[in-house]
Design a binder for this molecule. Structure first.
Ligand code: RIB
Ligand code: CA
Length: 326
């Protein structure tokens, strides 16, 4: 199918399980309703120590994403530096999500104004600083295009040992969502994704194969609304907006993509996973951005892919995260 790296990756890659003690974390994304829900999980689960938040264009342009990131971190009390990242992919043309997440990118609820500013440091420099200064290897959770991480790996290869694992929401093995072959986050920057998957760093992948089963139904949304807190009301408004977008496309529930990239790190037991060798297609008129998984090779893998989940437990944890804020 394609040339493997040669070395048996099983020896080289020890996919990191949930570590003891607090896990240093960098949150990298393009908020976006589901990015916001992922950051809520990370901020409320006491296993994580959020060292930095970095932004990347995708769902909206970078200026909009930065505004949303500052407001989400204000809302969830994420007290970490927030740095503006890539406004466009490493190569290729810019793709943004249009108004799928609304005009603001977080339509459906009124958020408090931000009470903090962006870091003076660009995202990749902040990521490198966190890696250098962290006593233990750092986990990167990326829920947008992988541009910031791709540039980080190219610019600072000597810092790879300081990255414990990378958990991404991205790709679709069975299908895409922005094209038949490609999922949005990977399609925005396939070259950056290719760098990440060739890096030898342990990777957790939440592809559409699992995130399109992580459905939030109207009854689930009602459970947030009836929780009665201001935050639950905001989340209920986000879920209603996100749900209406998907119901308009014929979905009965809305796929809550990004939170899986955080939840798998501290609740791996609710997922069915498969260790697989993945490559990213960077050319091809119809296949650019496709995630190609070699299920036929049991000897080599570079990623732990979430293939299925216990949806009820997924929803329960989202509700529990909101409750932890009360
Ligand atoms: O394809 C879904 C992904 O694209 C999610 O991360 C969503 O927020 C958008 O970034
Ligand atoms: Ca996202």
């Amino acid at each position: 199918m394609y040339k493997h790296d040669g070395m048996k990756l099983k020896e080289r890659i020890n996919i990191a399980q949930v570590s003891r003690g607090r896990m240093p974390l960098i949150l990298d994304g393009d908020p976006g309703h589901d990015d916001a829900m992922a950051w809520m999980l990370a901020a409320s689960a006491d296993i994580f120590d959020i060292k930095a938040v970095t932004t990347v264009a995708g769902n909206k342009d970078l200026e909009n994403i930065n505004r949303n990131a500052l407001r989400i971190c204000t809302l969830f009390g994420i007290d970490a530096p927030i740095a503006s990242g890539a406004a466009k992919p490493m190569y290729g043309r810019v793709i943004t999500g249009g108004d799928f997440h609304g005009v603001s990118g977080l339509d459906g609820a009124d958020l408090p104004e931000a009470d903090r500013e962006l870091s003076e440091m660009p995202a990749v420099e902040l990521m490198a600083k966190v890696l250098r200064e962290s006593r233990q290897p750092v986990t990167i959770v990326s829920t947008g295009a992988l541009t910031n991480t791709g540039i980080l790996l190219e610019a600072y290869p000597e810092l790879k040992p300081k990255i414990r694992q990378i958990s991404i929401m991205g790709g679709g093995i069975r299908n895409g969502n922005w094209t038949p072959a490609a999922e949005f986050n990977i399609l925005v920057d396939p070259e950056a994704a290719d760098i990440v998957f060739r890096s030898g760093i342990p990777i957790w992948v939440s592809p559409l194969d699992v995130t399109e089963k992580a459905l939030i139904y109207p009854a689930d949304r009602e459970r947030f609304r009836s929780a009665g807190s201001r935050l639950a009301e905001i989340i209920g408004g986000w879920l209603d907006f996100f749900g209406s977008r998907h119901e308009g496309m014929g979905w009965e529930g809305s796929p809550m993509h990004d939170p899986n990239a955080v939840m798998c790190l501290y609740k791996p037991e609710i997922y069915t996973v498969k260790d697989v060798y993945i490559r990213i297609e960077c050319s091809g008129e119809y296949t650019r951005g496709a995630m190609i998984a070699d299920f036929g090779d049991s000897e080599h893998y570079n990623a732990r892919v979430l293939m299925d989940l216990d949806r009820e437990k997924f929803v329960e944890e989202l509700l529990a995260a909101e409750e932890r804020y009360r």
